[in-house]
Design a binder for this molecule. Structure first.
Ligand code: IMP
Ligand code: MG
Length: 185
């Protein structure tokens, strides 16, 4: 385990099993169709790569980059840093996120993508942290529901570090500093 972690919350093995289940559900729900995964960079990268490999229907991959956080605190402002390349009009779209916390980022993304008139639009998140929800977003596919702790690894970062860890762990409070004692923003 990385020295900055308090504990491993979701092991590599558990991630594998959870993502296989999500892939199987998506493959069955979209049978005979073509699905477009729209990943929210950068947190989605490890999850989306593994999820895509578990989907058996034809799959397009695209990405957006949004910004709403600096460090462990929300700025409350969501901005599009990078937009996707292809049009999603008429497509079956699934937004792929690393974590839904307050829901503000996802709500922004959802409303934005709706205006582009996809045929269908669903949300898939690796982690759901429902205790801090401010915007109610309809999540269709959830990998794991987690408690109100600041987690890193498997795509999730703290100040851009720890994304490469092959598991999800709880960051030590001493690493986050005083602001991290309560992660609700
Ligand atoms: P929300 O807008 O509060 O739902 O937060 C969404 C974004 O905040 C995620 O895509 C993450 O980048 C970041 N975030 C929220 N909680 C955590 C966490 O526990 N660890 C790392 N990043 C987090
Ligand atoms: Mg982040």
């Amino acid at each position: 385990m990385h020295k900055d972690l308090e504990e491993i919350l979701i092991s590599t093995k558990e991630l594998d099993a959870g993502i296989k289940k999500l892939g199987a559900r998506i493959s069955s729900d979209y049978k005979g169709r073509c699905v477009t995964l729209v990943g929210a960079l950068k947190g989605c990268v490890l999850f989306m790569a593994d999820l895509a490999k578990c989907i058996t229907v034809d799959t397009r991959l695209d990405f957006m980059m949004l910004s709403s956080y600096s460090g462990a605190q929300s700025t409350g402002v969501v901005r599009i840093i990078l937009d996707m390349k292809e049009s999603i009009e008429g497509r079956d779209v699934i937004i792929v996120e690393d974590i839904v916390d307050s829901g503000l980022t996802m709500n922004f993304l959802l409303q934005n993508l709706k205006t582009r008139r996809p045929r269908s639009l669903e949300i898939c998140t690796l982690l759901d942290k429902p205790s801090c929800r401010k915007a109610n977003v309809p999540i269709k596919y959830t990998g794991f529901t987690i408690p109100n702790k600041f987690v890193v690894g498997y795509g999730l970062d703290y100040n851009e570090i720890y994304r490469n860890l092959p598991y999800v762990g709880v960051l030590k409070k001493s690493v986050i500093g005083k602001e991290g004692k309560n992660t609700c923003r």
